[in-house]
Design a protein around this ligand. Structure first.
Ligand code: HEC
Ligand code: HEC
Length: 390
């Protein structure tokens, strides 16, 4: 019987007009895999060697806001990842050491010899889910961090900005000594000594490892898993408007879901799109292994990740979409990237200008305001909370 059915299908497909529809069916099947979007999980996973407790989370939060972690005691993690800006900052390229102000107001003090950070700051929101696949599987100690995925967990990531010259370290300490310097500073503050003991119990010594674990533990509390789109995915069809629904379908039709898939709308893979370099930088940023590939970013909370792309060169979602439309012809916008290097998944995208506003409506349904915006009143070092931001 099944052999008979197979034969009938083959015969049908041999008819030219039907061959076309069979092929379409096949394409549709490939895309189907990516069409299954799950909401973000209710709970975050923690690594076995860094289980959360309230004391650890609170300690991580204080460290996140304390500029004592920077060479000149002027920059905290929160300087560039502030709740007022959705734990991102609204600057194209970050200003760390020797900067003043917050978000779009942030500028270098004069005189200045410190360069900008070469990339746009991610939001910390939902980084607990980095690496999540279309079936909601992920491993917290194997979750790609940064635009080139050069670190693999929030724990590993947390020590990087402290060692980076333009982000937090500054000119007065070498990369070799900065972490020991920070550890010693914290050991001299009795409140921190006490807080580390409470957070890590028997292993409560202040080390770079316990610092990174506490910060990562706090970061895993910064989640927004109930956007209107999540509510819709959980079965409440009235959670999104018809325009947003239409936009979602157009998003899939334009094959955005080839890379922006899974609960985070990211495949966490590297792709070459050939975004032009930001002319504020002296050197071209060649991304992952000098290949000009960058990690697919999440499409959640785009309200806060503006300006867009690894170097913040687009100020609106409309500009991003126009970029994709241009790209469908396969022409690179980056002089260092050849046309043939552009990822085949973006070439020939059927994105249409008239569909853009609906796609943008859909993307806005992925924003969520429901996250912890509280800021500690003071930090144990008595320095200014969040660094030089006011
Ligand atoms: C001067 C601004 C600045 C400071 C200070 C800073 N960051 Fe960032 N952060 C950035 C930028 C820029 C990136 C993207 C860098 C890259 O991809 O190469 C980033 C990326 C990240 C990411 C990766 C998110 C992802 O989805 O890949 C995490 C997590 C993070 N920062 C946490 C922290 C923590 C924790 C601190 C404090 C120890 C901190 N940052 C301090 C600017 C900053
Ligand atoms: C080939 C994989 C791929 C496809 C297909 C794709 N994207 Fe992207 N997207 C990326 C990568 C990679 C980046 C980051 C590029 C960079 O920074 O240089 C990105 C960046 C973005 C950003 C910026 C996010 C931010 O916070 O900076 C938006 C918005 C976006 N894409 C939306 C879309 C839409 C809408 C479509 C469909 C028209 C689409 N993408 C198709 C891989 C893809």
């Amino acid at each position: 019987m099944s052999r008979y059915l197979f034969l009938v299908i083959v015969i049908l497909c041999m008819n030219a007009s039907v061959v076309f529809s069979c092929k379409q069916k096949k394409d549709a099947q490939i895309i189907d895999i990516n069409e299954v979007y799950l909401p973000l999980p209710d709970k975050v996973k923690h690594p076995d060697n860094n289980k959360p407790n309230e004391d650890k989370i609170n300690l991580g939060k204080l460290l996140f806001y304390d500029p004592i972690l920077s060479g000149n005691k002027d920059v905290a993690c929160a300087t560039c990842h502030h709740p007022e800006f959705g734990y991102a900052e609204s600057l194209d390229l970050s200003i760390g050491v020797n900067g003043n102000g917050l978000g779009t107001e942030r500028k270098f003090k004069t005189p200045n010899t410190i360069p900008r950070v070469k990339r746009n700051a991610h939001t910390i929101l939902n980084t607990a889910f980095n690496g999540i696949d279309i079936n909601s599987n992920y491993t917290p100690l194997n979750s790609p961090m940064f635009w080139d995925a050069r670190e693999n967990s929030l724990e590993d990531q947390a020590l990087m900005p402290i060692q980076s010259y333009e982000e937090m370290r500054g000119p007065h300490f070498s990369q070799e000594v900065i972490l020991d310097t920070i550890v010693n500073r914290l050991k001299y503050i009795p409140e921190y000594v006490q807080l580390f003991k409470e957070a890590f119990k028997d292993n409560g010594t202040i080390t770079e490892v316990t610092i990174s674990k506490a910060i990562a533990c706090f970061e895993r509390t910064l989640v927004t898993n109930n956007s209107r789109f999540d509510t819709y995915l959980k079965g409440d069809e009235s959670a999104i408007s018809q325009a947003e629904m239409d936009g979602f379908n157009l998003f899939k039709k334009a094959k955005c879901n080839a890379c922006h898939n899974g609960p985070m709308f990211s495949d966490y893979k590297m792709h070459v799109l050939g975004v032009a370099d930001n002319d504020k930088l002296k050197l071209s940023d060649s991304g992952f292994q000098k290949s000009y590939a960058f990690k697919t970013p999440t499409l959640r909370n785009l309200r806060y990740t503006v300006p867009y792309m690894h170097n913040g060169t687009f100020n609106t979602l409309q500009e991003v979409l126009e970029f994709y439309q241009d790209l469908s012809s396969g022409h690179s916008k980056n002089i260092n990237v050849q046309n043939h290097q552009i990822d085949s998944l973006v070439k020939g995208s059927p994105l249409k200008v008239k569909d853009m506003s609906l796609i943008i409506s859909f993307l806005n349904s992925l924003n969520s305001e429901d996250f912890d915006k509280s800021i500690p009143k003071a930090v144990p070092s008595k320095l200014s909370v969040g660094g030089n931001i006011y």
